[in-house]
Design a protein around this ligand. Structure first.
Ligand code: TRP
Length: 348
């Protein structure tokens, strides 16, 4: 059996450069690498419902799988999931105990059960397509770990049925967690520090010009720090050797540029101008594709529909395997029917 990729996003907002370097760019590379038999990229709309209950879902097989997996995971294990913990904090949900719910329910809403169990539904997303490989960011590591545990448990209780997936993290530190334009740890819509894939060249320019650099690099002559300097982190993530002759021919490579900055005598504005050119070159083909498909929305829906139908067939196949392994495929199980008939015959 070949290797299979599954990954996805919640449809909860515009995509930004953090998504791009963390996962989107990699998906295209992997898709074209010829190393994978199949690749599934899902719009995780059912998962998006778990803290935002107002949108419809698509592949119902995933819900049924999740429902079976629920019996293989303890409440305590979910409570220990670091991503779930962090997100409960972030959203200000009340803790998962009944007493607090009684006293503090008025001030803080409780945790929706669907939200609490979303690692299980994510496990069904991944296993439904027999994914071997999940390209995703660091924050998804606990989810993949939880999925592996469910697979392990399922296979040991019901026999070898499900495939254990592995996470595929970005290979470059700058891509692993791209900071926001303000230098904060992460690009996030709520912090207002994002560069979106849909931003115009002008918006990109404005955002880069106000970007956080080295606060001690006051005059051009001063030596500057490259570590923790957002502009250089972005260059680590986006610049390629061919950008230098094109946009900054005085330097042969990023290492040379960094060395000059460290020595002193290189101003922020020059480096920022270079970054603007690099980002806009990277984003232009994406903007062009967006403009193209914005004028072809029907075609977009047709692609999504075909993909969903294909995905549903795959998931249904896995669900059949799961039901058979659990011996709840009563109507397909001739042996079961015959043995039941026999047992009652002998009673008569
Ligand atoms: N949890 C992911 C996120 O918040 C989205 C997601 C849903 C996903 N199902 C998945 C990612 C399966 C990888 C594999 O971004």
């Amino acid at each position: 059996m070949g290797k299979i990729i599954l990954t996805g996003d919640r449809p909860t907002g515009k995509l930004h450069l953090g998504h791009y370097v963390g996962s989107l760019r990699r998906r295209v590379e992997l898709q074209n690498s010829g190393q994978f038999e199949k690749i599934f990229v899902m719009i995780a709309d059912a998962q998006a419902l778990t803290d935002n209950a107002d949108n419809p879902a698509q592949v119902p097989e995933l819900c049924e799988l999740a429902f079976y997996y629920m019996n293989l995971v303890t409440v305590q294990r979910l409570q220990r999931n670091p991503t779930v913990k962090a997100e409960i904090q972030l959203r200000g949900f009340a803790e998962n105990n009944a007493e607090e719910e009684e006293t503090a329910a008025q001030q803080r809403p409780g945790t929706p059960v669907g939200f609490f169990t979303y690692p299980i539904s994510q496990a069904s997303d991944i296993t439904a397509f027999r994914a071997t490989t999940v390209p995703a960011g660091e924050d998804q590591e606990p989810m993949i770990e939880q999925t592996r545990e469910i697979v392990h448990k399922f296979n040991s209780v019901y026999g070898e049925t499900l495939v254990e997936p592995e996470i595929l993290l970005p290979d470059n530190a700058a891509c692993l967690r791209l900071p926001g334009t303000d230098g904060k740890a992460k690009m996030s819509k709520s912090l207002g520090n994002c560069i979106y894939l849909s931003d115009s060249a002008d918006e990109v320019k404005k955002k880069v010009m106000t970007m956080f650099t080295d606060p001690d690099h006051l005059r051009v002559e001063d030596p500057g720090k490259v570590e923790g300097n957002t502009v250089f982190t972005y260059l680590d993530a986006f610049s390629r050797p061919e950008h230098f002759p094109k946009y900054l021919p005085d330097y042969a490579s990023l290492d040379e540029l960094k060395a000059h900055y460290r020595r002193g005598g290189l101003g922020d504005v020059k480096v920022k101008r270079f970054l603007i050119a690099v980002l806009n070159e990277t984003l232009e083909p994406i903007r062009e594709r967006r403009r193209y498909f914005e004028q072809r929305i029907e075609e977009v829906y047709a692609v999504l529909r075909t993909g969903s139908e294909q995905a549903r067939r795959e998931a249904a196949q896995t669900l059949n395997d799961v039901r058979r392994a659990m011996r709840i495929d009563y109507f397909e199980d001739g042996e079961l029917i015959a043995s039941q008939a026999e047992a009652y015959k002998n009673k008569a």
